[in-house]
Design a protein around this ligand. Structure first.
Ligand code: HPA
Ligand code: MG
Length: 216
């Protein structure tokens, strides 16, 4: 027997010692100059990876209808781009997949700290999920999964753009993951720091100056 271990990558891994790209190499809103340390995932790479995730989801779900549950606010951009790619792919193949899109809002972060209480704010009546497949996007999975499972969907699949490399984590890992990143606070592509930086297209590491400037 071969003792070689075959490693099947499920996501793009960004190493802990990856210094990121200098901000000077990309364009970004001038109002954030000084507030960021580096670009860790440029927008174009996010889009390329999202296209591939869309293909994986299509391959796995066959012709089942999809009920998409987008987790606001941080998940809106990824969800919108992922849904667009699924639409393109289903349009370009002969397998059109019926899709509806729903929204739920979660809040758990103040400054760059996760607070104990996770709030499910507003959102829709999720009873429509009964008996359907879901691709959720966003973060803060565990609580949400429990909440969603209670409605008895046929299948639940979770897509997350990012997972953080946290030592000894017992957190659940999404079924579809874009990137595994170092355990640093990142912003951009709809991810915020106290509501700022959602209008930045790249995923960046916030600087100490940025943290001070927008601290509550
Ligand atoms: N950035 C923004 N929001 C977040 C993060 C992060 O790194 N982690 C959890 N919520
Ligand atoms: Mg947030």
């Amino acid at each position: 027997m071969s003792d070689r271990i075959t490693f099947i990558a499920r996501y793009v891994g960004i190493k802990d010692d990856w210094p990121g790209y200098s901000l000077d190499l990309f364009s970004y809103p001038a109002h954030y100059s000084g507030d960021l340390d580096c670009v860790i995932i440029p927008h174009g790479v996010i889009m390329d990876r999202t296209e591939r995730l869309a293909r994986n989801i299509m391959d796995d779900l066959g012709n089942h209808a999809i009920v998409v549950l987008c987790v606001l606010k941080g998940g809106y951009q990824f969800c919108a781009d992922l849904v667009d790619r699924i639409k393109d792919l289903s349009h370009n193949s002969n397998r059109t997949i019926p899709m509806t899109v729903h929204f739920i809002r979660l809040k758990s972060y103040l400054n760059d700290e996760s607070t104990e209480d996770l709030h499910i704010l507003g959102g829709e009546d999720l009873s429509l999920l009964a008996g359907k497949g879901i691709v959720g996007t966003g973060k803060t999975m565990k609580t949400l999964l429990k909440h969603v499972e209670a409605f008895g969907p046929k299948m639940i699949k979770v897509a997350g753009l990012l997972v953080k490399r946290v030592p000894h984590s017992s957190a659940c890992v999404p079924d579809y993951v874009g990137f595994e990143i170092p355990n640093r606070f990142v912003v951009g592509y709809a991810l915020d720091y106290n509501e700022y930086f959602r209008d930045l297209s790249h995923i960046c590491v916030i600087s100490d100056t940025g943290k001070m400037k927008y601290k509550i």
